[in-house]
Design a protein around this ligand. Structure first.
Ligand code: SAM
Length: 269
């Protein structure tokens, strides 16, 4: 096992005069078994390219590098750099002290096929995953830990309270599965909620996926409203368009499967 335990993380932070910063979502993985579990789920090795978001104290970073994969790791907190350089000494991890939300990942990764493996900071998780699925085709697989509630949104289907735009983006761009739930006790400090690891394997998005996502975005802004009302902002006669493609105009967005948004996008175009 290569991961850091709670005592080691505390000692590393103290030695560098640091404390976990809540505003940056710094809940460090403090259980080597879970680090191993994520690495096993990621199933990467020599010749693979891995991008990690939020290296933290480097526990997952080091374990990923130990598989022989080439690892690029982003970390926004420049205060952690000396600690990371110490932990990652002897590895060839490409450590980048940058805010990943400000990086054009497609350009920065420079081509090839990549797996994103990360224990994502809670405030970055959903928008980052959506952005990667929609705009970073180089990342062909994501193995990411997020809040359980967020994970449920990515895997939800129509009719579920968790179903919404993230579910539709995930379904149009990937096969997504919830691989493992993770209790608060494995983190330092402990978060208030459960987490989960999801695995997203990219599929070729169907034509019209972006338009379908935009329409879903408009419809879900008024989740409780019938589609004939909520779509009036994007189409002149929503009732006729909906009826024309066999969708009940009185249905609500949460009733429509992702494919129906594709059909709707084509009809509106
Ligand atoms: N990978 C480590 C682990 O599992 O222990 C740390 C995970 S911690 C949940 C999230 C990390 O992401 C923190 O170290 C935090 O500083 C970093 N982070 C937060 N926002 C970021 C951003 N926009 N870009 C890059 N890193 C970020």
């Amino acid at each position: 096992m290569t991961g850091q335990g709670r005592a080691e993380i505390r000692a590393l932070l103290a030695a560098h005069g640091l404390k976990p910063q809540r505003s940056l979502g710094q809940n460090f993985l403090a259980d080597p078994n879970f680090v191993d579990r994520i690495v096993r789920i990621a199933a990467v090795g020599p010749g693979d390219h891995v991008v990690e978001v939020g290296a933290g104290t480097g526990t997952l970073t080091k374990a990923l590098a130990a598989t022989g994969a080439h690892v690029v790791a982003y970390e926004i907190d420049r205060g952690l750099m000396p600690l990371l350089e110490q932990v990652l000494a002897g590895t060839d991890v490409d450590l980048r002290g940058e805010d990943v939300t400000k990086v054009d990942l497609s350009a920065a990764l420079g081509g090839g096929m990549w797996t994103m493996v990360a224990n994502l900071p809670y405030n970055v998780g959903t928008p980052l995953v959506l952005d990667v699925l929609r705009h970073v085709p180089e990342i062909t697989r994501l193995v990411v830990m997020v809040q359980k509630e967020v994970a449920e949104r990515f895997v939800a289907g129509p009719g579920s309270r968790s179903y919404g735009v993230p579910s539709i983006v995930a379904a149009l761009h990937s096969d997504t599965e919830l691989a493992s739930t993770v209790p608060p006790s494995v983190f330092y400090p402990m978060p208030e909620v459960d987490s989960a690891v999801i695995v997203m394997s990219r599929i070729g998005a169907p034509a019209g996926a972006e338009r379908a996502i935009e329409i879903a975005g408009t419809a879900f802004q008024q989740r409780r409203k019938m589609l004939r009302r909520s779509l009036s902002a994007v189409v002149d006669d929503p009732t006729a368009v909906l009826a024309g493609v066999g969708i009940d105009p009185t249905a609500r967005p949460e009733d429509l499967p992702p494919e129906a948004f594709l059909i709707l996008a084509e009809a509106i175009a």
